[in-house]
Write a protein that binds this ligand. Structure first.
Ligand SMILES: Nc1ncnc2c1ncn2[C@@H]1O[C@H](COP(=O)(O)OP(=O)(O)O)[C@@H](O)[C@H]1O
Ligand SMILES: Cc1ncc(COP(=O)(O)OP(=O)(O)O)c(N)n1
Length: 568
């Protein structure tokens, strides 16, 4: 069957400007694009602002606002509207009137909209970010326009106020806890029928969780760890715009919220690296897409000249540069609990030190260790790891048949048995009763590499290819703090924290050390390449789960396209 392209929802932002690019229409269009939509923007107010605050606001006549809305609305079928800074009552009324009239658009527009969110005359989705005050404390909505903004909120699909805005809309004092904010949102939603995002960025505490609240209470929540950063300019604009795009692509609220919050979290985490401005800096809206572009790079993992063609002495093996484009933390040193077992394994570690540091620093591993990894990402990882362990154990068994002595054969075979009996037990318990999905491309690529290397390459090359898996896991496990009982992945972390696992890793390193010592210089060179390639497979294996949201969103949109006919 010919693949149907994923639907690209057309999302209109109606908001003010920010010439420094962090908030307003600039943030909205970047966020809609990042979330897979086609972004359009109508400007309400021209704001002379930067990361240091607002200097001046110029508001063009509302007749010109109306002219912009008509220009885009009469030409383009709009799948979702997101409003941001509206500034005055007159602007809110102009937008309201235009939204009402949008209901009588030409038929092809309605047909197109029906594909994404069911039939209906009005734009199927209206996300209102009731912007009132900027982080800098500057007002972006006249106080006398708060009533009109509250009325507009009631006709939205979902609103995205911060704590202070929620208080104005619900007529309460600002909440001081998430529970208070949830109560305010639930009561207001019961009265109006409109859903509310409760954002807790302005509260304190370890978590900055975001909740989707409807009349019956919390429909979905995305727990995210609070980041110690000042790069939070425009977070509200960005979240609401990404959400509008994901909803317009056909995602359910829970999925759309999860994607938007995780994407934003990454953008906030890397905002400071942009080095933009001297005040509250912007988030890095493109961090995720740059990461994904990197994952599609076709450059060889281990360049031809990275490893000498023959290795007479361990010192000839130099550190190989890590993955270009990823942050480069200082090269990793082996943990004392899982040290190299001689000069050759020391040289192998040295060659991969920059890459191992990148693996430890990778978004997946960090989120897993700190406990903020989303449950679907962990489940995906664990399911793939289940496939991996089954094939890894077979590769170990294959190497055992090729070992030069009975003692070495027995050691490899015992490791194979331990992988199946002990390590995979965690997976069996976690995934009990659930159907295992098929192997991912990344899992297949890694396990095919291991099984082929174990079968046909010289013994030392096979041993070196199999070593990164236990060594990296034992290294990560040994270096992390003991997980507390509330850690969602405590069972996983404890498995790799366990001294029994460290012993297994040390044994694999000792066998590889012996094999390298007895190998020819050319075999050692191939072994070093195999070790580096396996380390890189480990990085890919961890990071694949962080592409999960995109695959699911594509699937949802494709389904709707097939049911709804061709795009307009
Ligand atoms: N320091 C932070 N660390 C992590 N996430 C944050 C942080 N500050 C804000 N966020 C996230 O940014 C989004 C916007 O939150 P908030 O700051 O409450 O609203 P606004 O930007 O509209 O004032 C929320 O999803 C929140 O979780
Ligand atoms: C033009 C414009 N619109 C909105 C804001 C406020 O954006 P927000 O996302 O709430 O971000 P901060 O308040 O965190 O900056 C703005 N500054 N300018």
């Amino acid at each position: 069957m010919t693949p149907v392209p994923a639907l690209v929802p057309r999302v209109l932002s109606i908001a003010g400007t920010d010439p420094s690019g962090g908030a307003g229409t600039a943030a909205d269009t970047k966020s809609i694009t990042a979330a897979g939509g086609y972004a359009m923007a109508v400007v309400t107010c021209l704001v002379a602002q930067s990361t240091r605050g607002v200097r001046e606001v110029h508001t063009p006549p509302t007749a010109f606002l109306r002219a912009q809305l008509d220009a885009v609305g009469q030409d383009v079928a709009i799948d979702a509207v997101k409003t941001g800074m509206l500034g005055t009552t007159e602007i809110i009324e102009t937008v309201w009137a235009w939204l009402e009239e949008l209901g009588s658009q030409p038929a092809q527009h309605a047909a197109r909209r029906a594909q994404v969110a069911g039939p209906g005359g009005r734009p199927p989705l209206l996300v209102v970010d009731p912007v009132m005050v900027a982080t800098s404390g500057d007002r972006l909505l006249e106080p006398q326009a708060e009533a009109a903004m509250t009325a507009l909120c009631q006709r939205a699909t979902v609103i995205t106020p911060n704590i202070a805005e929620l208080a104005v809309i619900t007529g309460q004092e600002p909440a001081t806890t998430a529970e208070e904010a949830l109560d305010q949102a639930r009561a207001w939603s019961q009265r109006t029928g409109t859903d509310v995002l409760v954002k807790t960025g302005h509260l304190s505490g370890e978590m900055a969780t975001t909740f989707w609240v409807g009349p019956d209470g919390v429909l979905a929540q995305v727990p995210t760890r609070r980041l110690a950063t000042t790069s939070t300019h425009g977070t509200g604009c960005s979240l609401s715009s990404a959400l509008a795009a994901r909803l317009a692509a056909g995602q359910e609220p829970a999925q759309a919220l999860a994607w938007s919050c995780h994407w934003l979290h990454e953008a906030i985490a890397h905002g400071a690296e942009l080095g933009v401005g001297q005040g509250h800096g912007p988030v890095d809206h493109s961090h995720r897409s740059r990461r994904l572009a990197l994952a599609a790079d076709t450059a060889p993992w281990v360049p031809r000249d990275a490893v000498p063609p023959a290795l007479e002495h361990p010192d000839e093996l130099r550190a190989v540069a890590g993955v270009p484009g990823l942050p480069s933390p200082p090269a990793a040193h082996p943990d004392r609990a899982v040290p190299p077992q001689g000069p050759w394994t020391r040289a192998l570690w040295r060659s991969a030190g920059p890459l191992i540091a990148q693996i430890q620093d990778s978004g997946f591993v960090r989120a897993l260790v700190e406990g903020t990894l989303a449950a679907p990402e962990f489940d995906f990882y664990l399911a793939q790891d289940t496939h991996y362990l089954a094939r890894y154990a077979k590769a170990l068994a294959t190497v055992s048949t090729r070992a030069p002595s009975a003692a070495q054969t027995a050691q490899w075979a015992r490791t194979a048995a331990a992988v199946i009996d002990d390590e995979a037990e965690l997976h069996r318990t976690w995934l009990a009763g659930r159907e295992l999905p098929a192997e991912s491309p990344v899992c297949l690529a890694y396990t095919d590499f291991l099984q082929a290397t174990a079968s046909v390459e010289p013994y030392a090359v096979a041993a070196a290819a199999l070593l990164p898996c236990p060594w990296l896991y034992a290294h990560i496990g040994a270096g992390m703090p003991h997980p507390g009982p509330d850690h969602p992945y405590a069972a996983w972390l404890s498995t790799y924290h366990d001294p029994v696992f460290a012993r297994m890793s040390n044994q694999a390193a000792a066998l590889t050390e012996q094999a390298m010592a007895q190998a020819t210089p050319t075999e050692r060179s191939r072994a070093a390449r195999a070790f580096l390639i396996a380390c890189r497979h480990e990085l890919e294996f961890f990071e694949q789960a962080r592409r999960l949201g995109d695959m699911q969103a594509g699937g949802a949109a494709v389904g709707q396209m097939q049911d709804g006919g061709a795009p307009a």
